[in-house]
Write a protein that binds this ligand. Structure first.
Ligand SMILES: C[S@@+](CC[C@H](N)C(=O)[O-])C[C@H]1O[C@@H](n2cnc3c(N)ncnc32)[C@H](O)[C@@H]1O
Length: 327
């Protein structure tokens, strides 16, 4: 039996729910799914993310002859380009949230120009042990690993369900050292403003405390995280060790995004200060009047960090993790 037939047989036997395959009970996201794109300023599908991922698979000799699986598709930021460029026969698109699955499915208003057959499933990554062994060539995630409770169990389950020569590929995951640096810089904001004769407002303090508490929560590895949406930060050596323990070899691309591997091949990470300021404004909702003061009074400190990385990638705030299953 060919691997593609195996996949078809497997999905034919799965239970269905609201027209999707069901591998897990549905679980909504902790924030309103319909507001997700506007928070990040997304208006239309961006095929470069998936195209870059497919180029990366090709340049690293990853087997793409079998099905691909995406975990945590969200609104389909990676999905659309992956569906358009993945050369394998099948693409299983998943999320635990029905609202996200629907938003992603709605991106595909026509089916021309897509080589792989698309399938949709409700899947919580904590249930990955139910996937058949050696089924997938590629398992792809974008900004999703940090939501998954048991990271090492997840990596072990991916390794098991990958084919030899296949890969687990993860982008836009938060790296511990970079986030810790951002939080440390952020903690110096009150003193920098005080030195300039500016008093912190309660609303600013609340946003700052929220940011630093979030960073601390995600860094800690000795607390219960089951009920939190954002759970973890990672380090390349931690994921390298976990991968190696399960037959996956890590290549890490610091500060890279999937789209960097697609035309026009531009590194989309500008520098630490740019990422830091955008992150506080859009991801942590710092108000504009506070941001204006941070830009002025933290300028020298941010410039120092940028200078230290003027000719090489870093600090590691995020990046692409490619974990290839040794054939
Ligand atoms: C930050 S969003 C990223 C969405 C999308 N991949 C993107 O890049 O825009 C995180 C996604 O992970 C999903 N997610 C959260 N917990 C998960 C879990 N345990 N298993 C699988 N997906 C999960 C969420 O529903 C959401 O779609």
């Amino acid at each position: 039996m060919t691997p593609a037939a195996n996949f078809s047989d497997w999905i034919d036997r799965l239970p269905k729910w609201r027209g999707w395959l069901q591998l897990s009970p549905a679980r909504p996201y902790m924030h309103t799914e319909e507001n997700y794109n506007s928070q990040y300023g997304l208006t239309a599908p961006e095929p470069e993310e998936g195209q870059g991922l497919c180029n990366l698979l090709q340049t690293h000799g990853v087997d793409t002859t079998g099905p691909a699986l995406e975990i945590g598709c969200g609104t389909g930021y990676l999905t659309y380009g992956l569906a358009r460029h993945y050369p394998g026969p099948d693409f299983l698109i998943t999320d635990p949230s029905p609202a996200f699955l629907r938003l992603t499915q709605n991106q595909f208003d026509q089916s021309a120009g897509f080589a792989a057959r698309r399938h949709y499933a409700v899947l919580n990554a904590d249930d990955l042990g139910d996937l058949p062994a050696g089924m997938f060539s590629v398992i792809a995630l974008r900004s999703t690993l940090h939501h998954i409770l048991k990271v090492e169990e997840f990596i072990a389950a991916c390794a098991r369900s990958l084919r030899p020569g296949g890969a687990l590929v993860m982008g836009a995951e938060p790296c511990e050292s970079g986030y810790l640096l951002m939080a440390s810089v952020a903690q110096s904001i009150p003193n920098a403003l005080k030195a300039a004769g500016i008093e912190m407002r309660p609303a600013w303090t609340a946003r700052l405390d929220d940011f630093t508490a979030t960073v601390k929560f995600c860094c800690l590895r000795d607390i219960e995280k089951a009920t939190a949406e954002d759970k973890h930060f990672f380090s390349p050596h931690q994921l390298s060790g976990m991968g190696a323990a399960h037959g996956l070899q890590l290549t890490f691309f610091p500060t890279a995004s999937f789209r960097d591997f697609a035309p026009p091949y531009i590194h989309s990470f500008h520098c630490f200060s740019h990422f830091f300021l955008i992150y506080l404004q859009y991801c942590m909702s710092f108000p504009e009047d506070f941001m204006a003061l941070i830009r002025v009074h933290l300028k020298d400190q941010l410039k120092f960090i940028d200078e230290c990385h003027r000719s090489h990638a870093g600090p590691d705030i995020t990046g692409v993790f490619l974990l290839k299953k040794t054939p």
